[in-house]
Design a protein around this ligand. Structure first.
Ligand SMILES: Cc1ncc(COP(=O)(O)O)c(C=O)c1O
Length: 689
């Protein structure tokens, strides 16, 4: 840092904000001025960040002493209202000679490749310090903004413009702070540690991205807690809950938003992002577009233009009941009165969390698991997820990688009870996302018996039931069971986003034997129903068994097999281990060999490197996976896209492997130098003794 002349500024600033900003500034200044050299020091910013969070709660102090050079660092010709990214590179400010980091170094924005090379060798601490310095610069700019009143007399317009500029800067500050909190290393000791949240990738949902974070972190817990988001974003306008939601959104959807703004297109944008992170089915969109354009789809009844039954149009509920009766092979026809339709399975899941749990209560969920659940349960219901951690290692207790057993369920339930959590249910995905496992009938029965024994609800998400492409595997719906251990507490979810490639339709259905639950769920149709026109088209689609069985499903399964074969061949060629399961739109791949050391921080860096190559994959942390190094790769894409994606994928692995080798060589050389050096002579004091 350059020399600082303390500068007294008598501020006449609105409300609490200036005080908070100044306090943050002082904190950041102290933080930047403190050298951190040891390993332990790497965790220091974690607690500081927590303190930074707390500063937001402090009331405003009307005058403050502001240390630095604030305005002198400001870029002279910077236009007002803009953060002065270019004015003083953070590294220059700290006297740090390393490559500087600007907005393009933020966790979700790809960096230029050369800078990335340098970045890879930096410690987490260095990177954090860069972020903190960038933040400090922004805070300084913000103080200047707050203390600069409009010069001209005019005026309302000028005032308005000034206010707007301040808001924009504050939004930026909030984002920067949040990025820093997001980036803090996992496992920092003590209560103040903050785990690095996962980047979102499975966009909407698998967005997962939003790797939940836990406030009072226990080993292996990685879920969002409300307190993680409190006060990390500054806002004039949002409530605390609004701030929480906004932070959750940014955490969960940042990669997805980046992707939406710059999508790959084979003619129009060949340099755009290819998204193999979101579990979205692009394999048969052509068939669906064609079918949905046929004349029987275009009918508009006047009734369809009116409000409807909030559980869903009776004609669609009837068709969904028929459809599930047929494809789930139920022993008796399902009852349309037990069907509730909302705009997507995420909405169904979120509504179920609302009606089955009180805030703070929890669901057990075997992990790795679809990351969108954490988002959906937190958003409205403030329901927690308790992970049942599965392991990749095959052992006596673990017959195959990531096997779910009743023992593990019981263990997790017991641990949750000891921690004072009230567990209300168990969430199962079958076929599983991201593993691709299909549960046998016997296993499923064991899980249901377990739930009954402990009086738990079971939500079975059968979202991928028609996406089993290995002919040797048979999927058994829970609805096909002749007798369910606890029918009143067994709830099944299915939607058309995955099996029919129409995630944009936003259609999700619940089937429950429990009328009380169905009735409570109906209320959500008031907020989350689908348009009558879309419901009509969905009915037409689901009732066309001839097309589904003879045209759609054979083509869909063939394309799934082809895409899976192509991707797994490439993985084998690159010697990347993966789970070879025959269902779902994705493969669960093991990139541990590319992480050195094998940590979640390195996983995040590798994820960023994929982003730098405009490729989105979902890192394992997004799925609450306990072991770093796993990624989910979605292969349900058309051949040209997949070919391009796999080219980018392989390029990243080659670079990553090269860097690893260089790093290992450097480490070996360093060790050699340190062991070959003669021991330093003992100090006189030591010699004497
Ligand atoms: C297991 C699972 N359930 C639910 C969803 C969300 O589905 P929808 O598009 O219907 O909200 C997803 C999306 O990835 C999923 O993988």
């Amino acid at each position: 840092m350059s020399a600082k002349t303390p500068l007294m500024i008598n501020l006449n600033l609105p409300k609490w904000k200036a005080g908070s900003v100044l306090e943050i500034h002082t904190l950041l200044t102290n933080l930047c001025a403190t050298p951190c050299t040891s390993q332990g020091a790497e965790t220091r910013p974690a607690s500081t960040a927590k303190r930074v969070q707390l500063q937001f709660e402090r009331p405003f102090g009307s005058s403050a002493s502001l240390s630095p050079n604030t305005s002198s660092h400001r870029k002279q010709n910077q236009s007002p209202g803009q953060p002065c990214w270019g004015s003083r590179q953070p590294a220059e400010a700290s006297g740090n000679t390393q490559t500087t980091s600007g907005p393009s170094d933020t966790p979700h924005t790809p960096c230029v490749q050369m800078r990335d090379q340098a970045l890879r060798y930096r410690s987490i601490h260095t990177r954090l310090m860069e972020m903190v310095l960038t933040l400090q610069q922004t805070v300084e700019d913000h103080i200047v903004r707050l203390t600069t009143r409009p010069q001209q007399r005019d005026l309302a317009l000028e005032e308005q413009w000034h206010g707007q500029a301040i808001r924009e800067q504050e939004a930026l500050l909030g984002r920067l702070l949040f990025q820093i909190v997001s980036f803090l290393p996992a496992g920092a000791p003590g209560d103040q540690s903050v785990q690095p949240p996962c980047t979102s990738t499975d966009s909407r949902g698998d967005v997962g991205g939003g790797q939940p974070v836990q406030a009072n972190r226990q080993t292996g817990q990685m879920f969002y807690e409300e307190s993680d988001f409190e006060n990390t974003v500054i806002s004039y306008d949002l409530s605390n809950r609004g701030i929480d939601i906004s932070a959750l959104y940014h955490l969960s959807f940042r990669d997805y938003d980046t992707y939406q703004g710059n999508k790959y297109h084979k003619d129009k944008n060949t340099l755009g992002y290819i998204n193999l992170g979101t579990s979205e089915n692009k394999l048969c969109t052509d068939l669906l577009a064609e079918r949905l354009s046929q004349s029987d789809m275009t009918y508009v009844d006047e009734d369809l233009l009116q409000y409807t039954d909030w559980r869903g149009q009776p004609f669609l509920r009837k068709e969904v009941a028929r459809f599930l009766t047929f494809y789930c092979k139920t022993p008796k026809p399902l009852d349309p009165e037990n069907v509730v339709i909302l705009n997507g399975c995420s909405a169904v899941f979120s509504a179920l969390a609302m009606v089955l749990c009180d805030p703070g209560e929890a669901f057990l969920v075997p992990t790795p698991s679809y990351g969108g659940f954490a988002f959906s349960t937190h958003l409205y219901a403030k329901v927690k997820l308790v992970p049942v951690h599965l392991e990749s290692q095959v052992t006596e207790a673990n017959g195959y990688p990531f096997q779910l057993t009743v023992d593990k369920l019981e263990h997790a339930l017991l641990r949750a009870k000891i921690e004072g959590k009230k567990v209300r249910g168990l969430v199962l995905i079958n076929p599983q996302n991201p593993l691709g496992d299909v549960y046998s009938q016997d296993s499923m029965m064991e899980y249901l018996e377990f739930a009954k024994k402990y009086n738990l609800h079971v939500i079975v998400d059968e979202m991928y039931m028609l996406s089993v492409f290995d002919e040797a595997i048979t999927f058994h719906s829970v609805l096909s069971m002749k007798s369910l251990p606890d029918p009143n507490k067994t709830h099944v979810i299915w939607g058309a986003s995955k099996d029919f490639c129409i995630s944009g339709f936003r259609f999700g259905a619940l089937y429950t034997h429990n009328r009380e639950v169905a009735s409570a769920m109906s209320c959500f149709g008031y907020l989350h129903s689908i348009s009558g026109i879309a419901q009509y088209k969905l009915r037409q689609l689901l009732q066309d068994r001839e097309w589904i069985d003879n045209i759609y499903l054979p083509s869909y399964h063939f394309r799934l097999q082809e895409a899976h074969r192509y991707v797994t061949r490439k993985l084998k060629a690159s010697k990347v281990p993966f789970l070879n399961r025959g269902s779902g739109l994705y493969v669960w791949i093991n990139l541990k060999q590319y992480l050195d050391p094998c940590t979640f921080e390195e996983e995040l860096l590798l994820h960023r490197r994929f982003l730098d190559h405009k490729l989105i994959l979902s890192p394992g942390k997004t799925f609450m996976c306990k072991e770093p190094g796993w990624f989910r790769l979605v292969f349900a894409a058309r051949p040209h896209l997949l070919r391009n994606a796999m080219r980018r994928f392989q390029q990243v692995l080659v670079e990553q492997a090269q860097e690893r080798t260089v790093k290992q060589l450097e480490d070996a050389m360093k060790e050699e130098v340190s062991t070959s050096q003669p021991e330093a002579p003992a100090s006189p004091a030591l010699r004497k003794s």
